[in-house]
Structures are given as C-alpha cells and as structure tokens.
Design a protein around this ligand. Structure first.
Ligand SMILES: NC(=O)c1ccc[n+]([C@@H]2O[C@H](COP(=O)([O-])OP(=O)(O)OC[C@H]3O[C@@H](n4cnc5c(N)ncnc54)[C@H](O)[C@@H]3O)[C@@H](O)[C@H]2O)c1
Length: 245
C-alpha cells in the first residue's frame, strides 16, 4: 500500500516514514531538501518495502502534481497521505511581512489542500484511504510571536473536518494529529535557551518527560491504518497532556 509523506526529510516526517515502512507501506518521501529525503529513503530501506525520494517544492502546484504522478508511477496510487511539511517563521505580529505570511500559507495550508486533492482522487480510484494532517497544539492554546504559523495550523483543523465530511462517502478518512513539543532541530533553532524551554514544557505537560518521535509516529500510524477504521474528522493531541479538552 502506497503512503506519501511530505516533509519526510525532516524530524517528524522521517519518524513517520520509518514507522509507516515498518507497517508495510511503500513510501514516497517528499521534500524540498532532496539530500534529506534520500537519507530518509536509505533509513527506510532496512525496514522493508520500497521507498522513493521525490524532490518537491510544495509552494509550487506543478511540483505537487509531478510528485503525485511520480509516486503513482513508481509505487501505485496513494492510499495514505501524511501532510506534514511546514515552515516556522517567528517574530512579532506587527512585524510579519507579506512575503513571510504568503510563504507560510503556501507551505502549511495551501499545499495541504492541494496534496489532499491529489490523494483523494487516487483514493477514490482504489476504494478509499486515509489522510493524516499534522497540525500543532498551538492551534488550540495560542502561541505568541508565531502568528502566521498558528493561523495555518488552525486552518488545518478546519480543513480536516471539512474533508472528513465530504470524503466519508468514498471511504476516505481524514484526521489530524496535533503534536505538543517534540525535541527536533526546529525546536533547537527556535529556542536558544533550550533548558528554560524544556522547564516550561514539563510544567505544562501532565507527563513529566519529553515525548519521542516514535510515540508521535505511532499515533499517525494508528490513524493511517485499519485499527482506526471508524475514526474520521478528529484532531488528536499528542502532547503528554498539555492541552485537555
Ligand atoms: N517539532 C515539534 O515539536 C512540532 C510541534 C508541533 C507541530 N509540529 C509539526 O510537525 C511537522 C513537522 O515538523 P518538524 O519539527 O519535523 O520540522 P522540520 O523542519 O524538521 O521538517 C519539516 C520538513 O519540511 C520540509 N519543507 C519545508 N518547506 C518545504 C517546501 N516548500 N516544500 C517541500 N518540503 C518543505 C523541510 O525541508 C523539512 O524537511 C510540521 O507540520 C510542524 O508544524 C512540530
């Protein structure tokens, strides 16, 4: 069964790709960073199954079309899509530029929409599938100095509900995963005082330890696979009990 994971050269996408490969999926590893995508493919190989790296700038709709065509040609129609790639600009709301805003919307929101469109067409042709959108708990709790990012993550939750409603009759399920804070390069880049940030995380979470990429990937695997066959339209926080509602 073919799974396409965007941003699978990055921390969380790679963790998801490794888990889906172990689950038995053939994988299209989609990223703008082809070296990182190739690294993921090399890591996926021992887990079994086939994997291809697909270089794609998700800001560009013709690249997205080409990525889905390449995946279908090499591996067959997508039965699973994990929309995961994102950018994380930070800065005061009053200083956000149009370029930053547009770029964030293109990668974090528009590309999720377009990839889901391609995936839905493939899934309709094979009788169903599962789309998992990676959101963020910042959607729920707010977060200062990341306004374009937080706004796109809220849009993803709404998109998840809209698509679940519309695509259910085709046996296509659409869910979102909202991660809390996971130890990644993006986190290290954004929080120079990592110790203070970690203290804040542990104060906020019910579980007093950092989550692992494997724990996050396990939830994506659940939503992608048959064990969640009657679950759609949901957003599942994977955050050690940070947000509860
Ligand atoms: N790291 C966390 O703790 C955390 C928390 C909440 C949500 N998330 C979400 O998890 C997802 C993955 O985050 P991550 O921490 O692994 O980030 P990351 O930066 O490690 O990975 C993101 C990947 O997306 C790719 N990408 C960026 N722009 C692209 C484009 N235009 N075209 C194609 N690929 C592009 C990057 O090359 C990178 O490989 C994101 O949706 C993020 O919002 C992460």
């Amino acid at each position: 069964m073919t799974a396409l994971v965007t941003g699978a050269g990055g921390a969380i996408g790679r963790g998801v790709a490794l888990r889906l490969a172990a689950d038995g999926h053939d994988l299209a590893v989609v990223d703008i960073d082809d070296a990182a995508a190739e690294e993921t493919v090399a890591m996926v190989a021992p887990a079994g199954g086939r994997a291809i790296a697909v270089r794609c700038d998700l800001r560009d709709e013709s690249d997205i079309t080409a990525a889905f065509a390449a995946a279908e040609r090499e591996l067959g129609p997508a039965r699973v899509l994990v929309n995961n790639a994102a950018v994380f600009p930070s800065g005061r709301f009053v200083d956000v530029t149009i370029a930053e805003l547009d770029d964030t919307i293109r990668v974090n929101q528009r590309a999720y929409f377009l990839c889901a469109q391609h995936a839905a067409r493939s899934m309709m042709s094979v009788g169903g599938g599962s789309i998992v959108n990676i959101a963020s708990i910042t959607w729920h709790g707010g977060w200062s100095e990341m306004s374009p990012y937080v706004a796109t993550k809220g849009a993803i939750v709404s998109l998840t509900r809209a698509l679940a409603t519309e695509l259910g009759e085709h046996e296509i399920r659409v869910n979102a995963v909202a991660p809390g804070a996971f130890p990644t390069a993006a986190e290290r880049a954004q929080h120079p005082d990592l110790e203070a940030y970690e203290t804040r995380i542990l104060e906020s979470q019910a579980l007093k330890r950092r989550g692992t990429l494997e724990e996050l990937a396990a939830v994506v695997s659940f939503l992608a696979g048959p064990e969640s066959s009657f679950v759609t339209g949901q957003t599942l926080n994977v955050d050690g009990g940070w947000i509860m509602s």
